[in-house]
Design a protein. Structure first.
Length: 228
């Protein structure tokens, strides 16, 4: 049976990156809740109305934004992950993807519910209250989903991990900025989405032992007479 190398033990650099990303996430959340200049930037970008200043790129970006939507991106990602699992005769790629998406939905969904922020389309005047109003815009699910979905593919692409990481990062950055251009998200939503998605990816190595054990148990159930 072909095996796939797992992620190495967490390095000091990895732990530091996790801590800095978590801190950045908390700072963005605090900045939004405390109505800091970051919120002023949100309003400035909304009033700037990029979609009206550069309307010629809107048709292209309306299509490109699908790369961050859960449905279309999940179909593409799951097709590759299923092929990867079949090729290496292991459920690890599928389990890693499932764990990442579950963690994404729980963590991002929880913050959305707690903050209840409304999106730019519901902002009728500068300084109107958007927080705790029953919205689900913060952090940007589009952005976080792009980070996690394409980041997981890079995580699993052993031979092309570095190239995949660059492509995944460029995709996630462009998806986030596209939502700001279209006026569907505040800039702070996007900043939080980038951080939230990155935290999910940085957490995946911690789940590797559990995923490996679950993979072994499933394979044992499917073929109980196979050697360990």
């Amino acid at each position: 049976m072909t095996t796939e190398p797992g992620w190495p033990p967490l390095s000091r650099r990895h732990v530091m990156l996790f801590g800095l990303t978590g801190l950045a996430y908390l700072l963005v959340v605090a900045a939004v809740i405390c109505d800091t200049p970051l919120v002023d930037l949100d309003w400035s970008l909304l009033l700037f109305r990029p979609y009206k200043r550069w309307p010629e790129v809107q048709p292209l970006l309306n299509v490109w934004i699908l790369a961050g939507q859960r449905g279309p991106s999940a179909i593409v990602a799951c097709a590759w992950v299923a092929w990867r699992s079949y090729r290496i005769r292991s459920l690890r790629p599928l389990l890693v993807t499932g764990a990442a998406l579950l963690l994404l939905n729980v963590t991002v969904g929880g913050v959305k519910i707690v903050t209840g922020r409304l999106g730019p389309h519901y902002a009728h005047y500068v300084g109107s209250p958007e927080l705790f109003s029953g919205g689900e815009i913060f952090p940007s699910g589009h952005t976080a989903n792009a980070v996690v979905t394409w980041g997981v593919l890079a995580y699993l692409a052993v031979r092309w991990r570095r190239t995949g990481t660059v492509l995944a990062a460029l995709t996630a950055v462009s998806i986030g900025l596209t939502t700001v251009y279209l006026g569907t998200h505040w800039m702070s939503d996007v900043l939080a989405g980038w951080a939230a998605g990155a935290l999910v990816l940085l957490s995946l190595p911690l789940a590797e032992p559990l995923i490996a054990g679950l993979d072994r148990r499933i394979r044992a159930l499917r073929n109980p007479h196979a050697p360990e």
